[in-house]
Design a protein around this ligand. Structure first.
Ligand SMILES: Cc1cc2nc3c(=O)[nH]c(=O)nc-3n(C[C@H](O)[C@H](O)[C@H](O)COP(=O)(O)O)c2cc1C
Length: 439
């Protein structure tokens, strides 16, 4: 069995302060040549997909760190044109898009990339985004997930518009399509009214879902192909994967129809000493105190000594993540249940998020991924890089060959679709229940 590898090309890296390092280019996130270089490496070593996260708002830390980048759909459309086999995965918001536009855009990306497109649908927790779309504040999380569910249901109906073989192109009779094979979405729901159909035929691009709250888990299990998750302990990751698989079966799907992709941050040294030195350099660029205070706020702990150990008993009963992420909180709680850590230690542990940071040589990183995979934590990994400019290439050139040698990773082949590589079935709703367009 092999696992998938998705590269999250966040700039400047998961350490948002990596732009301050002496060799770093602080303007890389606006530089198409920089992204082209990364995409070509991903393509060359056969990674399954490159991923660009997004939020439709100025990054909240822009005073100190590069934030949201250029529109990633446009960027990945370009990168797809300079690559041949790597998949292109981009975040889009269900709260600030319309299903018709999104369905059409991603169908287009899938057609022009010959089946390499994927969308990471999120409800967007960035509070600043709401004001860009006529809202004074984001809708409540429960409402956002209700909308997301309806959104993806409509998107799937739109992707089901055309039956295979609808284009008959009979030159003798002049009949181009069989109109009875094109179906309206004909959707009238709480949030959307969408007639459909889409103007051209296509497949369903791969759909990823990244929310860890109840609404996110159900959305992922019922309607997504891949679920992104975060875990600091193997036990938490295994329980999460089992949970999603159970929910998929309860929703009438196969347990294997939904794949789990676990986020991991890597910091790679040529030797263990080099890895430690690089980690020290990166930590020195971070405002660790500020980060630690952010950790306290995210956990709902407010003012507290940054060096005082936090045990699971110190945390509020219910995750306080109306604005933030339940998924990240559950992950941190699982870690604190194993051993108390101070806010400063937590900030060091996973700078900037709840994702697990692995520091070591290429061999050690490969060992880590192997052990997590063999323990049944995930179907693959979304790799983030401490300093993307350095760690991405080291991962691609040094870790990937080890994973191939160990039989854990199979490089993508030209001509294969992302859906095939991730081993997720074509979504099974095509045509069912859609009213035919009169023809
Ligand atoms: C690997 C991973 C990648 C994510 N990427 C994005 C992103 O690009 N944009 C975004 O707004 N949220 C992103 N999220 C956050 C989730 O989609 C979700 O909005 C957040 O976790 C809050 O919802 P929850 O409480 O259901 O977890 C990501 C989460 C994970 C685990």
């Amino acid at each position: 069995m092999t696992f998938h590898l998705i590269a999250s090309l966040m700039t400047p890296g998961h350490f948002r302060s990596a732009w301050r390092l002496p060799d770093a280019d602080p303007h890389a996130y606006l530089d198409i040549d920089y992204f082209r270089g990364l995409a070509r490496i991903a393509d060359e070593v056969g990674l399954d997909a490159i991923f660009l996260g997004d939020a439709p708002a100025l990054g909240p830390e822009i005073a100190t760190n590069p934030g949201t980048g250029i529109d990633p759909l446009i960027l990945l459309g370009h990168l797809a044109a300079v690559t041949e086999r790597v998949g292109v995965l981009v975040t889009s918001s269900t709260s600030y898009n319309s299903p018709y536009n999104l369905a059409r855009r991603f169908q287009a990306l899938d057609i022009v990339t010959k089946g390499r497109a994927a969308v990471n649908l999120v409800t967007t927790y960035a509070p600043a985004a709401a004001a860009n779309f006529g809202q004074t504040e984001p809708a409540a999380k429960e409402t956002r997930y209700r909308r997301a569910h309806e959104f993806l249901t409509v998107v799937r109906r739109l992707w089901d518009s055309w039956e295979p073989g609808a284009i008959v192109a009979d030159k003798a009779s002049g009949r181009y399509v069989d109109p009875g094979s094109i179906h309206a979405a004909d959707h009238h729901g709480e949030f959307f009214s969408v007639a459909g159909p889409l103007p051209v035929p296509g497949d369903h691009p791969v759909v990823v879902q990244a929310g860890g709250s109840e609404g996110g888990l159900n959305l992922g299990a019922e309607l997504a192909d891949v679920v992104f998750t975060v875990a600091q302990t193997q036990a938490k990751a295994i329980a999460f994967r089992d949970d999603i698989r159970r929910r998929a079966v309860a929703a009438g799907r196969g347990a294997d129809d939904v794949k789990i992709s676990l986020g991991v941050i890597v910091l790679i040294g040529e030797t263990e000493d080099d890895a430690r030195t690089r980690a020290d350099e990166l930590y020195a660029t971070l405002g660790l105190d500020q980060l630690a205070r952010g950790v306290l706020a995210a956990l709902g702990l407010g003012d507290r000594d940054l060096d005082e150990p936090i045990g699971i008993a110190d945390l509020p009963e219910v995750p306080v993540a109306e604005a933030g992420s339940v998924g990240f909180q559950v992950s941190t709680r699982a870690l604190l249940a194993e051993r108390p850590l101070s806010a400063r230690e937590l900030a060091r542990h996973a700078p900037g998020s709840g994702h697990r940071l692995v520091v070591g040589t290429a061999e050690q990183i490969a060992d880590d991924l192997e052990s997590w995979y063999r323990a049944g934590t995930a179907d693959g990994f979304t790799i983030m890089y401490a300093d993307t400019a350095v760690d991405f290439e080291r991962f691609a050139r040094l870790v990937v060959p080890l994973l191939i040698d160990r039989g854990l990773f199979r490089p993508a082949e030209s001509g294969s679709t992302l859906r095939d590589r991730l081993d997720v079935p074509q979504y099974g709703q095509r045509r069912t229940g859609n009213a035919a367009v009169a023809g």
